[in-house]
Design a binder for this molecule. Structure first.
Ligand code: ZN
Length: 294
């Protein structure tokens, strides 16, 4: 795997999850570490082959496919690890991800590496800026997809983590994981104000087309919001809403981890609908029931 230059100091190592690399003054800073040791090893080799000395690893957020390679990179290269507050706690205690998705101690079918990264140390929590590799990076708040995600900005590029997804991925996975729909909407609005020549996602190649990306992501979010509302009418249990909304959006089968992720995203929409006055929530005869407001 080779280090691909995007613009200026901004580089990346392409993969199932792209790993961003800031290069300057002979040093390198990784942005996220991929799913596991194998992804992280490729990134370390690409940086070393380019003659750069790894000094830092910046995590955009704590999902297992973004911090699963942290432990390997820290051990192999000695980088200092930076992560946003809260996300840092989740990275250090990765057993919390299957716990929060399921709500209790997980069992093997929902405790694989997709949801449960290797544990790793975070050395510093991120503030609004970070000086590294001779460059002042800006950390741009991008919560919503996860509780406290950040985007990493160089003067010419924005590393977006999972704040935006490629249109093709939105087609393939119509229900996008989301922690907080209201926060994610605000993040999409805030990203529209970014004036960078290049945008880099964890799951898409660098692009200049921010407007196209934003439009596709907004459409996906609102389509899911509408499907969830339609699945409730006039009243339904959480499990019925998940089954109906998934079917309406074209999801024909789910394995246990996919079910947990889709159900969590749908609950994020249900929560937003309650907070914005469209739904009420009650427990009726031992069942959680969502009801359209009159
Ligand atoms: Zn994520």
């Amino acid at each position: 795997m080779t280090l691909e230059r995007i613009v200026g100091a901004a580089h990346y190592v392409p993969g199932r999850v792209n790993i961003g690399v800031i290069a300057g003054e002979g040093q390198a800073a990784f942005i996220d570490s991929g799913m596991d040791e194998s992804a992280a090893r490729k990134a370390a080799q690409a940086v070393e082959q380019a003659g750069l000395r790894p000094v830092a690893l910046i995590n955009t957020h704590a999902h297992a496919d973004h911090c699963g390679g942290n432990a390997f990179l820290a051990k192999r290269t000695g980088v200092a690890v930076y992560a946003p507050p809260v996300e840092a706690a989740l990275i250090q205690h990765p057993e919390i991800e299957p716990f929060y998705l399921f709500g209790a101690a997980p069992f093997p079918a929902i405790d694989g590496k997709w949801l449960h990264a290797a544990p790793s140390q975070v050395d510093h929590t991120l503030g609004a800026t970070l000086s590294v590799c001779g460059l002042d990076l800006e950390l741009f708040p991008a919560p919503g997809h996860s509780i406290n995600q950040v985007a990493v900005l160089t003067p010419e590029a924005a590393f977006l983590g999972d704040a935006l997804m490629a249109p093709a991925l939105l087609e393939r996975y119509p229900i996008q994981y989301c922690y907080d729909v209201v926060a994610h909407r605000a993040t999409l609005a805030a990203l529209a104000g970014l004036q960078k020549p290049w945008y880099v996602g964890a799951h898409f190649s660098p692009t200049r087309d921010l407007e196209g990306l934003l439009a596709a992501n907004r459409r996906n979010l609102e389509r899911t919001a509408e499907a969830v509302l339609a699945a409730v009418a006039p009243a339904a249990t959480t499990e019925d809403v998940v089954a109906r909304a998934a079917e309406a959006l074209g999801i024909l089968s789910m394995d246990p981890p996919a079910y947990l992720l889709n159900a969590a995203a749908i609950k994020a929409h249900l929560s937003a609908h309650v907070r914005e006055g469209r739904l009420d929530f009650e427990i009726l005869e031992g069942r959680p029931l969502w009801r359209r407001q009159p």
